[in-house]
Design a binder for this molecule. Structure first.
Ligand code: ZN
Length: 468
């Protein structure tokens, strides 16, 4: 069976295929955090789903080029910096760092690049894209000096979110980055500087100002991954207006008729103890809150991953407890298989039913089906081991299979080898150098890593680190 996913745009299941001439390469753009606070577990549900997708695509032989942006300038970050009385960059820096720590705690594969909206290179891309939209008549400057996208110039606006615009193209404008479908209106591409922006602002052909949130993603996605992106993910709350606006901007600025995105995938909301997570309701959790209460990143990952991404997830303390129990069963089974395998290295291909784990995931990431295969295999082989009927060769086969399963789930027990943060930082810097094709710099960093006692190897899945 081929790998199929539900495409939000077509509302149907579609087979994932690379574009012709691209070999097995797929580009993946995932909307990243707005660094105005610590990301909450609802945000991380989306990132864990994207990680599962990336890992399963890799298992199926695809080479995934993923970019995740960091929104470090928008209405919320400016408000936060202003309230704290510090510069925008000083305000967002600790939240960026915290995001990467949390991502590591949840075992998320790193993206190839994490462009930040305030990078001068990215700002230049945004200004260039707005310039094209102005030239083509898709954008205009309003009396307040800001540049707005003219949604009446793009008849497809509303197609992703299924919004009927018939009676709504009245040239109304909205400056805010977030608004609802009922108030659909021309949205801001470039916001003219106002005194509340303080020191935040960049020069542009239309005066000093700052980009709107939507143009940030459009410019960074196409700038780093090309005019057409294979898969674009986010949470359902990104569909409107954010992703709708991204499509409008990119398709109007593009040369030719190619779509901006081939497959749109969105992760459903997360509820906590049955209600919407809100600071005021007292059920608002960051990953850090849960770690402080004694849960591990691995347990939170299990709880987030074990419900289908398009289904509502009710995140509860009982759910975390169930994750802990399930992981303990997996660990005990793993130990037992290791004991049974002993020093055996020959391995037998397990029962064909175990391939069902991967074919379930081919079916729009049917995680329940995949976990059912995993636990059925666990029960069956435990029964065989109880009766001393599992041979070392069979145990070895199951361990190999489990290794593949874990390449997708990333739920293996924590190992004692911890990589020093100094080395981690160098590995990240080297990934950025390689992404920018700065090979000399990449080699220099490899030597620095070696001097710290670690060997970095480049594999088709990215950099692999081992102790020298
Ligand atoms: Zn985005």
């Amino acid at each position: 069976m081929s790998l199929q996913v539900h495409n939000t745009l077509s509302r149907t299941r579609e087979e994932i295929t690379p574009r012709s001439g691209e070999g097995k390469v797929l580009s993946l753009y995932t909307c990243g955090p707005t660094v105005y606070a610590h990301a909450h577990i609802g945000n991380f549900r989306a990132y864990v789903f994207e990680d599962l997708l990336q890992r399963h695509l890799r298992e199926r032989g695809f080479i995934v080029r993923r970019v995740m942006n960091l929104t470090d300038v928008d209405d919320k970050t400016i408000r936060g910096a202003h309230a704290a009385g510090i510069a925008l960059a000083d305000y967002t820096r600790p939240f960026k760092e915290a995001f990467f720590e949390d991502a590591k705690t949840l075992r998320l594969l790193p993206a190839e690049a994490y462009p930040a909206a305030t990078d001068p290179e990215q700002i230049a891309r945004m200004i260039a894209m707005i310039g094209i939209l102005m030239e083509k008549g898709n954008a205009y400057q309003a009396e307040d000096g800001s540049i707005y996208f003219r949604i009446a110039s793009f008849p497809d606006y509303g197609r992703l979110a299924h919004v009927d615009l018939e009676n709504q193209r009245s040239g109304q404008r909205v400056a805010s980055d977030e608004y609802d479908k009922e108030a659909v209106a021309d949205f801001a591409l470039w916001k003219a500087w106002v005194p509340e922006d303080g020191a935040v602002g960049w020069e542009s052909p239309w005066g000093k100002g700052r980009p709107g949130w939507h143009i940030e993603c459009s410019a960074m996605a196409t700038g780093l991954l090309g005019q057409t992106i294979d898969i674009h993910c986010g949470g359902v709350d990104n569909i409107f207006p954010h992703h709708e606006a991204e499509i409008a901007q990119c398709e109007c600025a593009a040369h030719g008729e190619q779509p901006f995105v081939r497959y749109w995938m969105h992760c459903a909301h997360l509820m906590v103890e049955g209600s919407k997570m809100a600071k005021s309701a007292g059920n608002f959790f960051t990953l850090r809150d849960l770690i402080e209460k004694g849960w591990t990143g691995r347990e939170v990952r299990y709880a987030l991953i074990s419900v289908h991404y398009r289904g509502a997830l009710n995140f509860t303390i009982e759910g975390l407890g169930a994750a802990r129990t399930a992981l303990a069963r997996l660990d005990a089974w793993h130990e037992r298989l290791l004991e049974t395998a002993g020093s055996e290295t020959a391995s037998e291909v397990p029962n064909p039913a175990t391939e069902g784990f991967f074919s379930a995931l081919d079916d729009d990431l049917n995680i329940s089906g995949a976990l059912a295969v995993l636990f059925e295999t666990l029960r069956e082989s435990n029964r065989c081991m109880d009766e001393e009927k599992l041979t070392p060769v069979q145990a070895c086969g199951l361990l190999n299979w489990l290794g593949r399963v874990d390449g997708v789930l990333a739920l293996e027990a924590d190992t004692v080898t911890t990589i020093p943060s100094e080395v981690e930082e160098l590995v990240a810097a080297r990934a950025a150098a390689r992404f920018a094709k700065e090979w000399k710099k990449s080699d220099e960093i490899r030597d620095q890593i070696a001097a710290l006692g670690w060997i970095v190897k480049d594999t088709k899945d990215g950099q692999k680190l081992t102790k020298a």
